[in-house]
Each structure stands twice: as structure tokens, then as C-alpha cells.
Design a protein around this ligand. Structure first.
Ligand code: PLP
Length: 420
């Protein structure tokens, strides 16, 4: 038994799927201690949009550390924080005509979600917060309350009575159908308190790469504004360029009241989260939502470098859109090659999924992929979707190699399951 098996908690998970000991990473590749390279189409669950040890970001961090730059300062003002705020306002918010106050919650996606839910409650004076079917927002108590994914349903520690998932991205013909949401918002119809907030992912990552349509998002946004319900977009996984644009909601033309960012905001895999708040909703008292690790200065440095390097122009955004289209074309031809598997293709930008009939098939493909040197994970209600999330900086050749490995892994697991 390895030390991981007998010392690390039973809660460990990814190490069970990928039973090797990793040592170093560079770009889209991660290497184990035996020197074997794996193409990483998992990318830290979306925390490594610019790849492992991106050289521009690394140099900035090395310079800062060797000059004894501040590492920890709670939320005191530092040069590193000033530079990030300045860069974020000028390269991200202003060009998109967005006006948000920026909160630094504790550095995980769930912490940003917690801050958003608490603030929406405080600003509205109401308590109910709603999420959607198949959503995932983290595993703190508040985030679990609005989550409905496979992971959150495994949770036996939180009473589920408060959870009322709304139907996600439903349509009636071509028209978005938000009648259930509207009934829940309309106090006169239900005879209960109007919710404070609704939280939504524009692309449900853990939920199986479900992409909300532009029309549905626009209708949801209109409904929230009509009823004075705070619209929170959880862009923890789909943001930071994953779908192409910096924010995943940009092509819908909506302006959420609160936006949660984490994962790739530091760009380097360093923990950092931002909660973006419509200015009039920023009703916090000083220190009211505090935490020791709100100011990860090393992450401020790499976040600033990432934004300067990749978001001063729209080159990365265009590349992500076109690479994503070619990934979906390849996946569609894979699906056509195996009609009896009923494979489904879905995605946006470089978050894409191939759905199988059940979780067992998808898991066996992921394991065969690992053995061939490709990291991909499962998502979806039964884990039936193989999710492909390569770093956005992955080259065309690497994408081709990864898709070839995936194809070989599907063939292998199909042959095995058919006993050939
Ligand atoms: N929100 C979304 C959409 C996520 O995908 C995740 C994690 O996968 C979270 C929140 C939680 O983030 P963290 O694991 O950093 O708490």
C-alpha cells in the first residue's frame, strides 16, 4: 500500500482514477515520476487554462518571489493587488462596458459562491437562494444548497429539504420555457417569499457539459430583473476564456448582478477567487465577509501576467472558438463512426463533452485513455459524459494527438465490453 492509500483520507478521488505519482508539468503535458508524459485534457478541472507552468506567468512569479514581494497580507493594500485591480478594470471590465466592485473572498470557487449568496441575501433582505438541476457550485454548506450534480447528491450531511432545483435551459419549441422559474419568483402565485437570488452556470461543467442557449439566458436575465431577484452567474469553470470570450455570458449580452470567478483567474493553478458585484449591491460592512487568505499576492502576480499576456487582444479568444469548433467536428465524426454507441456531442469553446449511454462506458473510456497517456474525466448525472477540457494554449497538433488517443480508447473499451 502506498502512503496515499493508508494516510490520505478516503475522500481522495482523482488519484484513484489516475493511479500514478505526478512530478512535473509543462504546457499541456503532465509527467509522472517515472517520466511518462500524459496529455492533460483535464487541466486542473479548469484551473490551468494557460497550461502547466506557463513561462510568461512563471517568470513574473519568480521575479516577484526573488525580490521578497509580499506573500501574505490578508486584504491589506499591496502593489501586487493594485496592479491586478488596475489590469482587470482596464483590460477586462472597461472594454466590455462592465462596472463591478471586486471582492476577494477566500480563494476557492465555493468561497466566491458563498460570498455571492450571502451578499444577495443581505442586499435583498430575503433568504431563499435557488439553483438549477444538474448544477455544481462547490461543497460548502451554502454551495451545496444550490447544487444538484452527481457530487452534491452524494452528500449525506446536509438536509436536502432546502434544495429546489429549477429546470435548466428548457425550451418549448424554439422558445425558452421559464414558466417554472417565473412561478417560483411570483410571490402572489406561490404564497411564499420571493427568492433573493438565482445562481446559474452558462455551461454546466460537472453536470455534463450542458450549454444554456443565448435565448434562455436572456429570458432568465429579464425575469430576474422584472422580479428583483439577484442573478448570479457562476463562471468558476466556464469563465476566464474557456468558452472563447473572457466571460462565458458575453455572447448572450446579459449583465449578471454578481459573477463568481476562481479556477483559472490566477492562470497558474494558484488559489484565487473574485466576486464581481453590481456597485449598488455592494452593501457589505467592512470585514463582514472576511478570511485569512483573501489576498493571495502570488496569485495576483500571475493573474495580472495572464490578463496582460492573453487578454490585451482577441487572439486567444478567436483561437479558442475555432479550436473548439474543430474538436466538436472531430467528436461528431467519432459519433458517426460508432452509431450503435449513440454518442452525443456538446460543448462551447474548449469545454466539450462526448456522452455515452451510461457512466460505466464513459469511465472505462477514461481509464483506457489514461493508460494510453491522456487525462480526461467524466461528468454528468451518472458520469456518462467524457469531458474534454484541454488548456486553451494546446496546439493543433496536441489536440489532434489527444483526439486520436480518445478514439483508440473508445475502440478498446468497446471491444472489451463486446468481449472481442
Ligand atoms: N462552481 C463551479 C461551476 C465549479 O465547476 C466548481 C468546481 O468544480 C465550483 C464552483 C467549486 O470550486 P472549488 O472547487 O474551487 O470550491
Amino acid at each position: 500500500m502506498s502512503i496515499f492509500d493508508h494516510v490520505e483520507s478516503a475522500v481522495r478521488s482523482y488519484c484513484r482514477n489516475w493511479p500514478t505519482v505526478f512530478n512535473r508539468g509543462q504546457g499541456s503535458w503532465i509527467y509522472d515520476e517515472g517520466g511518462r508524459g500524459y496529455l492533460d485534457f483535464f487541466a486542473g478541472a479548469g484551473a490551468l487554462n494557460y497550461g502547466h507552468n506557463n513561462s510568461a506567468l512563471k517568470q513574473g512569479l519568480l521575479d516577484y518571489v526573488t525580490s521578497d514581494g509580499i506573500a501574505h497580507a490578508l486584504d491589506m493594500s499591496t502593489i501586487a493587488k493594485r496592479d491586478l485591480l488596475d489590469t482587470f478594470v482596464h483590460l477586462i471590465l472597461k472594454p466590455r462596458r462592465l462596472d463591478y466592485r471586486i471582492q476577494f473572498p477566500s480563494p476557492t470557487g465555493a468561497s466566491s459562491v458563498e460570498s455571492a449568496l450571502r451578499l444577495a441575501r443581505k442586499a435583498t433582505g430575503r433568504t431563499a437562494v435557488l439553483g438549477f438541476a444538474n448544477s455544481f457550485h462547490g461543497v460548502t454548506l451554502g454551495a451545496l444548497l444550490v447544487s444538484d450534480s452527481r457530487l452534491s447528491r452524494m452528500d449525506s450531511t446536509t438536509p436536502v429539504s432546502g434544495r429546489t432545483p429549477l429546470p435548466y435551459n428548457t425550451h418549448f419549441g424554439d422558445n425558452p420555457d421559464l414558466s417554472v422559474v417565473e412561478r417560483r419568483f411570483d410571490v402572489s402565485a406561490v404564497g411564499q417569499e420571493r427568492p433573493a437570488a438565482v445562481i446559474v452556470e452558462t455551461v454546466q461543467g460537472e453536470g455534463g457539459v450542458n450549454v444554456a442557449s443565448v435565448q434562455w439566458l436572456q429570458a432568465l436575465s429579464r425575469l430576474c430583473s422584472d422580479f428583483g431577484v439577484v442573478l448570479i452567474v457562476d463562471d468558476v469553470q466556464a469563465g476566464c476564456g474557456r468558452t472563447g470570450s473572457f466571460f462565458s455570458f458575453e455572447n448572450a449580452g446579459i449583465v449578471p448582478d454578481i459573477v463568481c470567478l476562481s479556477k483559472s483567474i490566477s492562470g497558474y493553478g494558484l488559489p484565487l477567487a473574485l466576486t464581481l458585484i453590481r456597485p449598488d449591491l455592494d452593501v457589505w460592512e467592512p470585514g463582514e465577509h472576511s478570511g485569512t487568505f483573501r489576498g493571495n499576492n502570488h496569485a495576483f502576480i500571475t493573474a495580472t501576467k495572464a490578463i496582460e499576456t492573453y487578454w490585451s487582444d482577441n487572439i486567444l479568444e478567436k483561437q479558442t472558438v475555432s479550436k473548439g469548433e474543430s474538436v466538436r467536428r472531430e467528436l461528431a465524426s467519432l459519433a458517426a463512426a460508432y452509431p450503435h454507441l449513440s454518442l452525443g456531442v456538446r460543448g462551447a469553446g474548449l469545454i466539450n463533452g462526448l456522452s455515452f449511454l451510461d457512466g460505466k462506458q464513459a469511465r472505462s473510456v477514461c481509464f483506457a485513455a489514461f493508460e494510453r497517456g491522456l487525462l480526461v474525466e467524466t461528468a454528468g448525472r451518472q458520469g456518462e459524459v467524457v469531458k474534454l477540457m484541454p488548456p486553451l494554449t494546446t496546439t493543433d497538433d496536441e489536440l489532434d494527438t489527444g483526439l486520436e488517443l480518445l478514439k483508440a480508447s473508445i475502440e478498446e473499451s468497446v471491444h472489451e465490453s463486446e468481449g472481442l
